[in-house]
Design a protein around this ligand. Structure first.
Ligand code: HEC
Ligand code: HEC
Ligand code: HEC
Ligand code: HEC
Ligand code: HEC
Ligand code: HEC
Length: 312
């Protein structure tokens, strides 16, 4: 019964989205008119099921997944399986996404990726994700010293459900980030949610430098140039350059989750590198750290691979 009403809602919401200007945030998010219908998609004044008067019980993530999940009907971007689907019955402009093509962020449960770079996309269970189940984690590199700061993540730490006109409604200052100056990412026009080339390499937000700066609102100490002075304490003493349009966080990582494997190489180095605090679990495939390719395939792409790039 709930599902059916979401379906109807999705149609209304989708129809409304079509008449919005090109740079509007997608779906029911933002650009509210004086007599908007959008609030009802997520809030009920008297019959709410969760705090903040939300319509779906559980955490705000459950609300997001009621539209953006595998079983959701209200959005084309299925972030659980990491694919773009046409579920609201409305054909979007081709720029919005290729049907059944992989989403740029990977996925939270499964991801459709080509992590062994053999030219074939495969849907596989994810091996690592940003944890969105409200279990606490360490934002590695958070703060100005030490190995990181504790943060409990949900979708809304990063995204503003009310829309804000930025790229993917990313909050300039993510919730629980310790930063005071935010990073505002200009939206892209047209919006493209999917990867165009199946190999899942080298496609990300056009200003990689700004995007890296944004990731570093939580992971402060990962941002910088390899030429920066060595850090005084043992954590992050030397780093690979990450503050460059071509070499940024999303050159090597996806934002949501990856299906990359870390145990396909006989040496298994990458399956067992210690975490910044010295701990050794999780390991194995779970040490895939949101990487775009198996093992250290990402290094190979720029340095000794068959692609031309500035690096050697
Ligand atoms: C009522 C259904 C619905 C709910 C609930 C919902 N969304 Fe959406 N969202 C959409 C639709 C529709 C779009 C347009 C793109 C698409 O079809 O997937 C969208 C787009 C987005 C985008 C891309 C925006 C852009 O401008 O590029 C993000 C990010 C997003 N949603 C995050 C969230 C988060 C986080 C939540 C939970 C707080 C959430 N959504 C809840 C329907 C919904
Ligand atoms: C896509 C789902 C979605 C839509 C549409 C939406 N909200 Fe929200 N709203 C949320 C979520 C989730 C929260 C919880 C706060 C958080 O996690 O950031 C929230 C929180 C709020 C709050 C508490 C203060 C705050 O900002 O945190 C108010 C007030 C509010 N919403 C009003 C509205 C109104 C009015 C509308 C329609 C114009 C609306 N919302 C549309 C999801 C939505
Ligand atoms: C740690 C921050 C973070 C969290 C947590 C997060 N997202 Fe995202 N999300 C991003 C970033 C960054 C992008 C842009 C990725 C890109 O373009 O490569 C994105 C992209 C998206 C998109 C566009 C499709 C895509 O894959 O690029 C949607 C829809 C979305 N997020 C919804 C959600 C929902 C729903 C949740 C919770 C289930 C969530 N996000 C949790 C950071 C986050
Ligand atoms: C709101 C704060 C926040 C933002 C913004 C954020 N992260 Fe994280 N990140 C965390 C937290 C907390 C963890 C540890 C818990 C977990 O794995 O989710 C984490 C973990 C990670 C991990 C390790 C995943 C694993 O396997 O445990 C990687 C890699 C990562 N983040 C990359 C990124 C990148 C790339 C971006 C920008 C697209 C980003 N983060 C933005 C908070 C954040
Ligand atoms: C040149 C590729 C590359 C770039 C660029 C990159 N990373 Fe990583 N990242 C990795 C690899 C490889 C790992 C796996 C751990 C290892 O080998 O030390 C990793 C691991 C992580 C982890 C897990 C904790 C750890 O250190 O093991 C976090 C968090 C992280 N990266 C965040 C970021 C953020 C934030 C940025 C941008 C500021 C970024 N990374 C840029 C390659 C990269
Ligand atoms: C997106 C392209 C790209 C990827 C992916 C990449 N690199 Fe690099 N790498 C570069 C560039 C460009 C430089 C030169 C940057 C500079 O001097 O600031 C560089 C520099 C280096 C250096 C010299 C650093 C120094 O301090 O002088 C090493 C070592 C290195 N990379 C190793 C790696 C490893 C290991 C990986 C995989 C984890 C990797 N690179 C992935 C582009 C890349």
């Amino acid at each position: 019964m709930k599902r059916a009403s979401w379906g109807i809602l999705a149609l209304l919401v989708g129809a409304a989205a079509l008449v919005l200007p090109a740079l509007a945030d997608g779906g029911p998010h933002g650009n509210f008119t004086a007599t908007t219908d959008a609030c009802a998609g997520c809030h009920r004044p008297h019959q709410a099921r969760a705090a903040n008067l939300l319509t779906v019980s559980g955490s705000s993530r459950d609300l997001c997944l009621s539209c953006h999940g595998s079983a959701g009907l209200g959005a084309d971007t299925n972030v659980e399986d990491g694919v773009f689907m046409e579920r609201d019955g409305i054909t979007e402009s081709p720029a919005q996404g290729r049907l059944n093509a992989p989403l740029r962020g990977g996925g939270f449960v499964n991801a459709l990726m080509d992590t062994d770079f053999n030219g074939t996309l495969e849907s596989q269970p994810v091996t690592s994700t940003h944890t969105i189940d409200s279990s606490p984690g360490i934002a590695w590199g958070g703060g100005s010293e030490g190995f990181g700061t504790p943060v409990t993540l949900e979708c809304t730490n990063c995204h503003d459900p009310h829309g804000n006109g930025t790229f993917r409604m990313l909050r300039p200052i993510p919730l629980e980030s310790d930063q005071e100056a935010g990073v505002t990412l200009a939206d892209e026009d047209p919006k493209v949610y999917t990867i165009a080339q199946d190999q899942y390499w080298n496609e990300f937000y056009r200003s990689g430098l700004e995007l890296s700066r944004w990731c570093a609102t939580c992971h402060d100490r990962y941002f910088g140039s390899s030429r920066r002075n060595p850090q005084p304490d043992q954590h992050y003493m030397y780093i690979h350059t990450t503050n460059n349009t071509f070499v940024n966080c999303l050159s090597c990582h996806v934002a949501h989750g990856t299906s990359a494997r870390m145990t396909t190489d006989q040496t298994q180095f990458s399956a067992s590198v210690p975490w910044p605090d010295g701990s050794t679990t999780p390991n194995g495939d779970a040490r895939s750290s949101l990487l775009r390719l198996d093992n250290r395939g990402v290094c190979q792409q720029c340095h000794f691979g068959n692609r031309t790039s500035g690096a050697r």
